[in-house]
Design a protein around this ligand. Structure first.
Ligand code: HEM
Length: 451
């Protein structure tokens, strides 16, 4: 769609509300330290559409569902991924999360088949196997522990099985550590106003590049064996893919895709589970409700298949409510490709535009008592593709490809947890939400099992 605008009607970007003068510096400083707090404060102070002209970090924030819909869905053709994604290039190359244009379209088509509902059913065995192992391990815990570490290991284990066909065995610990090291570096670079190029030999870059090399060598090793293929898995599907002319996918692209899935597919789900466990511990009546729902349904978690999960509305609502209050991706970054008009303001090409589920999900105009954990709000609510008051998986063509897998994983693991355990928070524990690419708790999630 070609855009034209009437200079008399559209306002200039500099007329957009937002911090100016000293306020701009104070908010910029706070933004580095406590972004979650600053997003909310900006909305309270300036409204739904905000321009923050920070040097080297100039951003437009959109909190209104209509504007979110415009950027992510209705007029998505004029937006590419945000500049932040450039920091992920060494790790993710041209995988689905970071690629653009025709390459992205082709990859999305190929991958969409792998993450279709029917495929999720095939992958369910992997989720059951890994979760059962974890539950046995947790049963012997007498002291309080940080369950976010368990969820990280569990979702990584599941990702290995689903994406590679077997767990990563001896490579698992090394791969997890390398991924952690590189995501630390990415996070630091996203926050900084200026960075050395990736290949400039600072200590930080050297450490990160070594982690990337280690990860790539694990994937290359698996690829050289043709991908594990004992069980259905994504890698073997990518390896056996042929286009209309019979050409396979290049190995470096397969490696980028697998790396993307490892990164995008485990920490997000793990964070969702950690926050759900935290919120349930603060609202123990809901632990009881989901225990009863499972008991009345008459199946043990081991017997649940994907369809059963749709018949457990309370359990699913707990998962949805946890992702509302603590969306694992709390901010979604885009850039304008051409000049555009957003919220009535003229926005030139190349500007950063941020949609912020963390704020929109807590807006009292759309959510009754938004700060309260009330899973019942989701029981009769169908979250449509157009509903941009709730978008933990984003919206539009670039919405999360793993939504169905993540939901199946999240709901099933919560079913196991509620069936086998009762839990409280460790005495005096208060989680500290922090934005670290994903929304995690800075001090973990410390719980005490009561069994
Ligand atoms: C609770 C768990 C999850 C949440 C909240 C989540 C959220 C998101 C969001 C918000 C995006 C859009 C990012 C953007 O456009 O900037 C996204 C994209 C993506 N997610 Fe997820 N995700 C989750 C789990 C998963 C899983 C399990 C996988 C593995 C298959 C996955 C793979 C991806 C990929 C590959 C993309 C890029 C899609 C594209 O650009 O075409 N995610 N996710």
């Amino acid at each position: 769609m070609e855009l034209t605008w009437d200079q008399d009607q559209e306002k200039n970007l500099t007329q957009m509300p937002g911090p100016k003068g000293i306020e701009l510096y104070v908010m910029g400083y706070l933004f580095q330290k406590r972004p979650l707090y600053v997003w909310g404060m900006m909305k309270e102070t300036f409204g739904d559409v905000i321009y923050a002209p920070w040097k080297n970090r100039e951003s437009i924030f959109l909190f209104n569902p209509e504007d979110v819909n415009y950027v992510l869905k209705e007029h998505h053709v004029n937006f590419k991924k945000g500049k932040e994604y450039e920091q992920m290039a060494p790790l993710l190359g041209e995988g689905l999360l970071t690629s653009e244009g025709d390459l992205w379209r082709r990859q999305r088509r190929i991958m969409a088949k792998e993450f279709h509902q029917a495929r999720t059913e095939q992958y369910l065995r992997a989720i059951h196997e890994s979760t059962q192992k974890k539950i046995i391990e947790m049963k012997s815990r007498e002291k309080a522990f940080d369950i976010s570490l368990d969820f990280n290991a569990l979702t990584f284990d599941i990702a290995g099985k689903i994406f590679f066909g077997s767990d990563l065995g001896e490579h698992s610990k090394m791969a997890q550590e390398a991924l952690y090291t590189e995501t630390e570096r990415i996070n630091t670079r996203i926050r900084r106003i200026w960075n050395f190029p990736h290949n400039f030999p600072t200590a930080e870059n050297k450490k990160g590049m070594k982690a990337v090399r280690d990860l790539k060598s694990i994937v290359t090793g698996i690829l050289s064996q043709g991908g594990h293929d004992q069980k259905p898995n994504v890698l073997s599907k990518l390896v056996s893919y042929r286009d209309e002319s019979g050409n396979p996918l290049p190995n470096n692209l397969i490696s980028d895709e697998v790396m993307t899935l490892l990164l995008a597919g485990h920490e997000t789900t793990s964070n969702g589970l950690s926050w759900a466990t935290y919120l349930l511990a603060k609202n123990p009546e809901w632990i009881l409700k989901i225990k009863n729902e499972l008991r009345d349904y008459g199946k043990t978690p081991e017997e649940l298949c994907r369809e059963d999960l749709d018949n457990l509305p309370l359990l699913k609502a707990v998962w949805q409510e946890a992702l509302r209050i603590f969306p694992p991706i709390p901010i979604i970054a885009r850039q304008t490709i051409k000049d555009d008009v957003i919220g009535g303001y003229h926005v030139p090409a190349g500007k950063s535009v941020m949609c912020v589920p963390y704020v929109t999900h807590r807006d009292p105009r759309f959510w009754v008592k938004p700060d309260e954990f009330m899973p019942e709000r989701f029981i009769n609510r169908v979250v449509s593709r157009d509903d941009c008051t709730y978008f933990p998986f984003a919206k539009g063509p670039r919405a999360c490809i793993g939504e169905d897998l993540a939901t199946t994983e999240g709901v099933l693991i919560l079913a196991y947890l509620a069936h086998y355990f009762d839990w409280n928070l460790k005495k005096g524990f208060i989680a500290k939400p922090t934005h670290h690419i994903t929304l995690r708790s800075e001090n973990g999630i410390w719980i005490q099992l009561n069994n």
